[in-house]
Ligand binder design. Structure first.
Ligand code: SAM
Length: 355
């Protein structure tokens, strides 16, 4: 179902707000790149009295606020440096996420000392959400890797892409990977084309994304793959205990795709609306520390996937499923060698071409 991949709301122990420091660390890692791009690529003389920023896939906002702070500060600083402080614009930030997102928590948590006016924009970022040429700076972090749903073919028993016994494209057959790859390309292109209409000519679009190296054979067992394998085995165990049918497990696949930088670059080029200003790896020193330990990993996973798991399997099994998952992770060697985790994060800064 489109829109089911929202993160856990609120600020409790299993909320995304409490379990997304990894994504938060990325904002800090991206800060120097964003500041430099703003200072060198934005012409303050072209800015009107309101500078409009949109964050696509903001969740409950905690990491988004940090990013909006970096962007608005950098623009203000640029006006100061050019001795145009009196012309510093008002900032208007549009926080976008899917309609089931917990926007209440976002609005309740807005930093009191922010430099901007805030508005919520509900809906999928794969369609147009904002008026033509209305946005000066677009931003999206850890969101494009979420598909609208797993590819239909991977859940169909009669399809060559049926992903029998697995819940993800890692380590799956060629046809499964192709189904994910094609859907990611199509949906990312839709995102880029919509943003191209919403952005002002010369406007910047900054994307932060987890990826895997192109050189990795898709059959290679990444830590994330192995963890997903452990998670899939918990679902199989619960089905064997009669908690739900085996068919339920067979028809469940995660709507998550890890692209690689080369593939992502190809999709951007196919959109033909942007110049690539920057594309580089981010160094997030906290990544391994923040995400270590079976209980922590299980809760991070829960904060991201609980909503869709409840939709598919029902709410009664959730506590049991995540207890089992934490126990199985603790008993396995999956997390013991962090060097196995081949995922890393990139920042891509695009400039809207003049149309
Ligand atoms: C992992 S969270 C990232 C949140 C935040 N950007 C951060 O860096 O912490 C991914 C977010 O993308 C949102 N998302 C996924 N698909 C979306 C879509 N089609 N339209 C809008 N938001 C979407 C999810 O609801 C979720 O809040």
């Amino acid at each position: 179902m489109e829109g089911e991949s929202v993160m856990n709301g609120g600020e409790g122990a299993n909320s995304y707000a409490q379990n997304s420091s990894l994504q938060g660390g990325i904002v800090e890692a991206a800060r120097p790149v964003i500041e430099e791009e703003i200072s060198t690529k934005i012409d303050v003389k072209q800015i009107s009295s309101t500078f409009k920023i949109a964050d696509y896939g903001c969740s409950t906002g905690h990491n988004s606020f940090a990013a909006m702070h970096v962007i608005t500060q950098a623009i203000s600083r640029k006006f100061d440096t050019e001795e145009l402080s009196s012309l510093t614009p008002d900032f208007h930030v549009f926080f976008n996420d899917q309609v089931f997102n917990d926007f209440n928590t976002l609005f309740k948590s807005l930093p009191p000392k922010r430099l901007y006016y805030a508005a919520g924009v509900p809906g999928s970022f794969r369609v147009r959400l904002l008026p033509k040429r209305s946005i000066d700076f677009a931003y999206s972090s850890f969101a494009l890797n979420w598909l609208s749903g797993a590819p239909k073919a991977v859940a169909e028993k009669t399809s060559p892409a049926w992903n029998n016994g697995k819940i993800h494209h890692f380590g799956a057959r060629k046809e499964v990977l192709e189904a994910y790859t094609n859907q990611f390309a199509e949906e990312t292109k839709a995102f880029l084309d919509c943003r191209a209409e919403e952005l002002m000519p010369g406007g910047l679009l900054t994307i932060l994304l987890p990826v895997v190296p192109a050189s990795c054979n898709p059959d290679t067992a990444y830590t994330v793959d192995t963890e997903l394998g452990v998670f899939g085995s918990c679902l199989v165990d619960l089905a064997k205990q009669g908690r739900f049918s085996a068919d339920k497990v067979d028809s469940f696949n995660l709507p998550l795709y890890f692209t690689n930088p080369e593939e992502f670059k190809g999709i951007i080029e196919s959109s033909n609306n942007y110049t690539i200003e920057r594309m580089e790896t981010l160094y997030n020193p906290g990544k391994r520390v923040l995400s270590s330990g079976p209980k922590v990993r299980a809760t991070i996973f829960r904060a991201a996937f609980e909503f869709m798991l409840i939709n598919h399997f029902g709410g009664e099994i959730i506590d049991e499923l995540f207890d089992l998952y934490a126990n199985k992770l603790a008993a396995s060697s999956v997390l013991s060698d962090t060097a196995n985790d081949k995922t890393f994060e990139i920042i891509v800064v695009l400039k809207r071409k003049p149309s």
